[in-house]
Write a protein that binds this ligand. Structure first.
Ligand SMILES: Nc1nc2c(ncn2[C@@H]2O[C@H](COP(=O)(O)OP(=O)(O)OP(=O)(O)O)[C@@H](O)[C@H]2O)c(=O)[nH]1
Length: 317
């Protein structure tokens, strides 16, 4: 039975609206406020004045000018009014979230009635929103942790291998060359043995930071494990990548780490391969070739970058 047939029920609904912590407002077919309850006026921060007979657009304009009520991030008031106006009454029932000045959030629903009136109903969802945001942040943190090496803060092996796979597909599509390097600190066991594991950790952190500083923004450094790092150099041919890594090698020679020991310095070796240098297609195939070149750099005296050179085919017996 509708309240118009039951005055008691109509009274009760009005009493409820007056007491409710949910905001309720009714607009006529011309979008003028015919009713709003105290909670609605409080939510939009206009309890100190009357909006009865004013349009919803008037309220929005007032909020925008006074910097009260809703957070409105539009630079241009007319654009915002046009946008909001086009959304309102675009469906018989709509619900959307509104963030208010002061950090509160409300869920607003709008119901268009048969004679064109619009009933707005707002409930405070600040607590749910805070929980949702905390969960989103925790999810982001977990994702970051799962992809980042704890000690050095650079991408971990899993992350690096994903980026390598992406770069392989990108390079296949664009036909642009890219290089992969595997870097390994020289005689790192001796650093640990002589100065302790904590000092070894400092060297690893320094190395990751130093290399990253000398790479281009598009290059990717990752820790593959232990004292082994990978570098992806997109858009680079072998000579370009060699130049970049030789520069790192040379500049590192001038670095000193007094936190490890007076005048302490260290070196590294690298193996470098250009994608497509051998038939293998996967990231692991390419990494194996870089590893092969790294082995050659170590065997050749360390503190150098060795490019991958294809092995001559074994003579047929
Ligand atoms: N401090 C520290 N040491 C690590 C970490 N991961 C691996 N290592 C050490 O790195 C050392 C690697 O030693 P080796 O593989 O013998 O290599 P190396 O002494 O660098 O010799 P070359 O590579 O042949 O120049 C080992 O002593 C590992 O314990 C780490 O996270 N922190």
């Amino acid at each position: 039975m509708s309240p118009s047939h039951n005055p008691k029920l109509a009274d009760l609904l009005l009493q409820y609206a007056g007491l409710s912590e949910n905001g309720i407002a009714v607009l006529d077919a011309e979008n003028r406020f015919v009713y709003y309850n105290p909670a609605f006026a409080q939510m939009f921060d206009f309890a100190d004045q009357s909006m009865i007979s004013k349009t919803h657009g008037d309220l929005m304009e007032w909020m925008y000018m006074q910097q009260r009520g809703s957070n409105i991030e539009w630079a241009n008031l007319q654009d915002w009014l046009e946008y909001a106006g086009s959304r309102q009454r675009s469906a018989p029932f709509r619900s959307f979230e509104v963030d208010l000045k002061g950090g509160r959030w409300i869920l607003m629903t709008e119901q268009v009635c048969p004679d064109g009136e619009l009933v707005m109903f707002c409930s405070d969802i600040t607590r749910q929103k805070e929980t949702e945001n905390a969960l989103k942040k925790a999810h982001g943190d977990i994702e970051r942790l799962a992809l980042t090496d704890d000690l050095t803060g650079v991408p971990n092996r899993r992350n690096f291998m994903q980026r390598l796979a992406q770069e392989i597909s990108r390079s296949q599509r664009s036909a642009e060359p890219f290089c992969l390097a595997m870097l390994d600190l020289d005689f790192f066991k001796k650093v640990n043995d002589r100065f302790g594991h904590a000092a070894g950790d400092e060297v690893l952190k320094h190395f990751a930071n130093f290399v990253q500083q000398h790479l281009r923004a598009e290059d990717v450094l990752g820790r593959l494990g232990g004292e082994e790092f990978g570098v992806l150099l997109p858009n680079s041919s072998l000579p370009v990548a060699q130049l970049v890594l030789n520069r790192v090698l040379e500049r590192l020679q001038a670095e000193r780490l007094p936190e490890v020991a007076a005048d302490f310095s260290y070196t590294f070796s690298g193996g470098l391969v250009q994608h497509g240098a051998a038939p293998g297609k996967s990231g692991s195939d390419l990494l194996a070739l870089a590893d092969q070149a790294l082995y050659a750099a170590k065997a050749d005296g360390r503190n150098r970058i060795a490019p991958y050179t294809p092995q001559p085919a074994a003579p047929v017996a």
